[in-house]
Design a protein around this ligand. Sequence first.
Ligand code: F0G
Length: 465
Amino acid sequence: MTEKSARPAVQTGERSIQRCIQPSCGAVFAIHERVIVCTHCGGPLEVQLDFNGLENPRALRDTWAARAASTDPRDRSGVWRYRELLPFASEAPIVTLAEGNTPLYDAPRCADYSGLAALRLKHQGCNPTGSFKDTGMTTAVTQAVLLGAGTVVCASTGNTAASLAAYAARARIQCAILVPSGQITAAKLAQSMDYGATICEVEGNFDACMRLVQELAGDPSIYIANSINPFRIEGQKTVAIELMIQCGWRAPDHVVVPGGNMGNSSAFGKGFDELLRLGLLDRLPSLSIIQAEGAAPLARLFAALDRAKPAESLIPDALVPVEHPQTLATAIKIGSPVSWRKALRAVLNSRGQIITVSEQEIADAKAIIGRDGIGCEPASATTVAGIRKLVAAGHIRRGDSVVAVLTGHVLKDPAYVSDYHRGSLSLDSTAPDSASREITGQFRNVPERVAATKAAVLESLRRRG
Ligand code: F0G
């Protein structure tokens, strides 16, 4: 236990602990200790819940179903509704924006495009700030308040920042965000400005911002809200519960997520694993992660693994970072993901895959998601592009039940959408190993200028019909 930790004003769930996931360490910290990473070995921490207090876990399904009709703010939240699986005392004051509760859509055009009989899209972009980050920020900022933290800080490609800024504003605590200068979308930056965060546009990429945040973590006034913080993962894992409710508690064969800093995949892995241990699921869905070709350190590592060996023995000590990550899906332009160990463990345990998709594949998949009337930001579209490849490779079969997780709203990056449809999308790169690459919009939909007459409009419709 650390000497630094302060006792919070209100204690979080006493039955849980924080544990270092490094097999050679395994150090344990109390749930109210203010630690972000292991103070012994620097390894990542994970919350470990004590399920012994749950007398009848199967009854939780009915409890959660009943809460969906309640007007209590804790029940309206699609995170806190599942509070039996969160490491907080039931009386803890929560910071919430009624997050979660996101739709699961049928996507017939995406299914055709991917070579599947059916495909469902879980749209986490329908959260209050437009991305899946809100489900983790409600718990991380609640923990920050419980710990009496003065300032919350994160490194971000834009969505984490917007989400943290919003929840910090709700909690009335100071927020600072570190973003790579000129590399996040105008919409995401605008959100953080509106929510009143202190915005540091760092001269460097996301990985540089993340390094800076880890240095700042030692400062007692600062509480880090990146997904390296285990309380983020606790909130984010509840999407696995919500998804299983939407699936009638029948686990899909495959769940496919984009991979950036790897918090989301880690959270899905933990959520499914806990449901399995509680007997609420009878098997794990196979969890696969899709990375953009130019920012794919974990897919590279995965491709080099000898998967005949037992899963735990396959996780190496270190990940070789991508020095100059490149992708137009700026949300996942990350070369050194902090949560790669947890994510790799979840993929190996569920016999999933980690693969890459090209910029062209991302762009076309994104347009198809739009044609289903759904839409998403570029990073989210890696999922449909990846599923198409996994079907072609035989890892996913035509009749399998598959859920793709869309992580961000289509309006997070309108410039990308417009450039794709107008034919001006290209990957301009200053990195030595890649030239400027044009993207051909296979599913372009270009606006047409027409005269202000009925005949001109009808003529335009006829041409397009
Ligand atoms: N999709 C979107 C829209 C994201 O914003 C992110 C990550 C990811 C996917 C990848 O998720 O990092 O959990 O593997 N965005 C972070 C941010 C890095 O700062 O907003 P991950």
